[in-house]
Design a protein around this ligand. Structure first.
Ligand SMILES: *[C@@H]1O[C@H](CO)[C@@H](O)[C@H](O)[C@H]1NC(C)=O
Ligand SMILES: *[C@@H]1O[C@H](CO)[C@@H](O)[C@H](O)[C@H]1NC(C)=O
Ligand SMILES: *[C@@H]1O[C@H](CO)[C@@H](O)[C@H](O)[C@H]1NC(C)=O
Ligand SMILES: *[C@@H]1O[C@H](CO)[C@@H](O)[C@H](O)[C@H]1NC(C)=O
Ligand SMILES: *[C@@H]1O[C@H](CO)[C@@H](O)[C@H](O)[C@H]1NC(C)=O
Ligand SMILES: *[C@@H]1O[C@H](CO)[C@@H](O)[C@H](O)[C@H]1NC(C)=O
Ligand SMILES: *[C@@H]1O[C@H](CO)[C@@H](O)[C@H](O)[C@H]1NC(C)=O
Ligand SMILES: *[C@@H]1O[C@H](CO)[C@@H](O)[C@H](O)[C@H]1NC(C)=O
Length: 663
């Protein structure tokens, strides 16, 4: 009876709390942030359209999908707005001041155009058809309209209409692409489109907006005069809550890479609207009171009915059980018993995000992965693994028998693989112990061939054969398990992602993940996995299985030349590719071996468009097709990749990439 009452009360409390939190969440204050550079992990700090965090910078218009970069516009806005003004006592609003310093780099490709802008706006959405002369600021329809609610400091690199003074100016735009004021930058010794870093400061003191460039001239430096200054009441044009960020565009024949390489922003605190003050006084009081009641209630119910609220992550259960193909759920106590309470002597190894133990359940041998609790990604990986691998059936995929989630333990049960993981059998010594593998344990060529074939079948199944396309994202020798007959089984789906049928045309998934050395060169630029990045990792695997050496870390500075891919390509170009074959392999069909090596190289082509599909790989492996033609010239990594235009000037593409990476 009493409980009933309380739950009604609880509902009321929750409603009020919800309202309060919505109220507070809606409050916007001053904003300050500083990005000395941009990393992939900062991606979620921005509302982005056609802009990417790549190579330490925000690329506002680069087309990272590898198409052409003409007629594009893009925006990158900081995710939270700041409080620009509030209603004052009389007619005069109180306006915040702000300052922002950023480093921009505009690289013409090949002729500079169109430009980049620092923008303050109500609407973060990129306007349609805002490419070319519109700089991503407004479009034909919104230009000149007070509804546009946008103020921009433009760095225009092309004279695209009559009113533009030249192809190298800074201007202040209010709800329009036609600047209220423009200043030629060449008079200040600045050319913004030379592919160099240019530091700019924008300041607003509540009355005047000013733009500063670093000045080379000593007198000017002392005077610290802004290049452009203009009185503008931003509160007349922008909402109280204003977003800040960048927009940029490229034109038809005039294109460029628009980068922001660092960015700080500070806005002053202007406090609250006076008529909201009462809310700030009363609301915290009410919240504190309700909080007290809630805490008391939870304490009270916990004491009486402790089972109800025990599980703090009920969603894991829901997400897995909601899955139609959910595998068997085990009891923790059974798995504890099976592994002797996770006795270290039963440890098989450390897999991705956890430790794997051997166990015996009934009379069946199993492997149990205990997902580490302190891995922040642990839960996500757990769900991902159980739901992807759990729904797949293929003779070359490690079979998932079940899972368990109890007392905060996340456990996954697999079939046991007596021959362990592939890396232990192919690399010439155990890295940790330095013990050479016994001659008798060296994998024969037939077994290696069968491993390659098995993994290829598994990947083809994931990419093309199952209902939803799955990207494994972490193909590597330590994730390939061998059963008692040395059949290869692909495991560790912690990073795998399912791509739903509707998204299949993109065949890619966001987030960078994987293992260095197996990651395709473009992974870092596009920041996501694709079918082609899986193929690349497969190619590296083929090479290491045949050569018996580790892939090397090609992304350590300048270490590309040490990578297995580069090394093999060099041998191949000298016509000595069979020199790479593992010395411990005694008997093999040399012609067949070279075919497979060339296939491996083809999979590792730096240009993703040149890599074969897994279907095509399988055809070569079963002898139905010849390996793809592989150029003996070591191809250079270029970005964006061109779908092999024979006459495309290669040098210009390369400069483009170097300029993007150069520091
Ligand atoms: C923001 O701009 C987009 C594109 O111009 C438009 O579709 C959308 O309605 C706008 N949103 C608001 C709140 O004005
Ligand atoms: C944009 O709008 C302004 C103000 O209404 C107008 O003067 C200008 O001609 C327009 N520009 C273009 C390119 O349409
Ligand atoms: C600025 O540099 C670009 C490319 O380097 C060049 O095309 C342009 O003419 C220069 N602008 C001025 C005003 O010198
Ligand atoms: C703002 O600019 C006006 C002229 O544009 C100038 O007279 C005034 O002194 C400036 N105010 C400040 C605070 O810089
Ligand atoms: C430096 O700039 C100031 C102001 O623009 C100008 O008067 C002066 O002549 C310049 N000095 C040199 C050495 O260019
Ligand atoms: C800005 O607003 C102030 C007070 O509201 C007013 O005196 C001033 O003339 C306005 N300035 C401009 C440029 O509109
Ligand atoms: C880019 O836009 C221009 C003018 O709007 C158009 O003529 C041209 O065909 C476009 N180019 C591409 C590659 O879409
Ligand atoms: C930028 O603004 C902040 C707060 O408004 C202020 O503390 C700081 O000194 C300003 N920095 C510069 C370089 O003007």
């Amino acid at each position: 009876m009493v409980t009933m009452h309380f739950s009604l009360l609880l509902k009321q409390i929750l409603l009020i709390a919800l309202w309060c939190s919505a109220f507070f969440a809606d409050q916007v204050g001053c904003l300050s942030f500083s990005y000395p550079k941009f990393e992939t992990k900062n991606e979620d700090d921005f509302i982005r359209s056609h802009s990417y965090l790549v190579q330490g910078a925000i690329q506002v218009t680069a087309d990272v999908r590898g198409g052409d970069i003409t007629n594009l516009s893009g925006r990158a806005m900081y995710k939270k707005p700041f409080k620009l003004w509030r209603k004052g006592k009389g007619d005069h609003p109180t306006i915040a001041s702000f300052n922002s310093t950023f480093v921009l780099r505009i690289t013409p490709d090949p002729n500079p155009g169109e430009g980049l802008a620092f923008i303050l706006t109500e609407n973060t959405t990129l306007p349609e058809n805002s490419d070319g002369k519109w700089l991503g600021i407004v479009n034909q329809n919104t230009n000149g309209s007070s509804h546009a609610k946008i103020v921009a400091v433009e760095f225009d690199t092309r004279k695209s209409y009559e009113e533009d003074i030249d192809n190298n100016h800074v201007g202040l735009d209010v709800n329009s692409i036609n600047s209220e004021k423009q200043v030629r930058l060449i008079n200040h010794g600045v050319n913004v489109s030379t592919g160099t870093d240019i530091t700019v400061k924008v300041e607003y003191d509540g009355k005047n907006i000013s733009v500063f460039f670093p000045v080379s001239n000593e007198t000017e430096r002392k005077m610290k005069n802004p290049v452009l200054t203009m009185a503008v009441n931003l509160s007349d044009f922008l909402p109280e809550k204003t977003f800040v960020g960048f927009s940029a565009s490229t034109g038809n024949t005039h294109t460029q890479l628009n980068c922001i390489r660092s960015w700080d922003f500070y806005s002053s605190d202007i406090g609250e609207n006076p008529n909201l003050l009462w809310v700030w006084i009363t609301v915290p009081g009410i919240v504190a009171l309700l909080g007290g009641v809630l805490v008391f209630y939870m304490y009270w119910t916990r004491k009486h009915d402790s089972e109800d609220l025990e599980d703090s992550y009920p969603r894991i259960e829901e997400q897995i059980q909601g899955y139609s193909m959910a595998p068997k759920k085990f009891r923790l106590k059974d798995l504890r018993r099976a592994t002797d309470k996770f006795d270290p002597k039963n440890k098989l190894g450390n897999g991705g995000f956890g430790t794997v133990y051997k166990g015996v359940l009934g009379n069946k041998e199993i492997a149990v992965k205990r997902v580490s609790k302190d891995s922040s990604q642990g839960k996500q990986e757990f769900i991902s693994e159980v739901t992807t691998i759990g729904s797949l059936r293929h003779k070359n995929l490690v079979k998932l028998i079940g899972w368990c989630f109890e007392s905060h333990e996340l456990l996954i049960v697999y079939e046991y693989m007596p021959n362990g993981s592939l890396d232990k059998l192919i690399f010439s010594d155990d890295q940790k112990l330095g013990i050479p593998i016994a001659e008798s344990k060296v994998l024969s060529w037939e077994r290696r061939q069968s491993v390659i074939h098995g993994v290829a079948q598994a990947l083809d199944y994931l990419h093309n054969g199952c209902e939803k396309r799955v990207l494994h994202r972490d193909i590597k020798s330590s994730n390939i398990m061998l059963d008692s007959d040395f059949n290869a089984k692909l495991g560790d789906f912690g990073l795998a992602r399912t791509i739903h049928q509707s998204e299949k045309s993109h065949h890619s998934t966001k987030e960078i993940a994987g293992t260095l050395g197996y990651m395709a060169p473009e992974s870092f630029l596009i920041g996501r996995a694709t079918v082609e990045t899986d193929v690349y990792a497969f190619g590296v695997l083929v090479l290491e299985v045949i050569c018996g050496r580790k892939p090397g870390n090609q992304y350590e500075q300048n270490n590309y030349n040490n990578s297995i891919v580069h090394c093999l390509w060099e041998l191949y170009s000298k016509g000595k590719i069979h020199d790479a074959v593992d010395l411990r392999l005694k008997e093999y069909d040399e012609e067949e071996m070279v075919r497979v090596l060339i296939l491996g190289l083809a999979c590792c082509h730096p240009n993703p468009h040149e890599r074969p599909s897994m279907r095509a790989v399988l055809k070569v492996l079963i002898g139905e097709a010849d390996p793809p033609l592989v150029s003996t010239d070591i191809p250079t990594f270029m970005w964006p990749p061109m779908p092999s235009f024979p006459n495309y000037s290669e040098t210009s593409m390369q400069t483009r990439f170097t300029q993007l990476t150069g520091r």
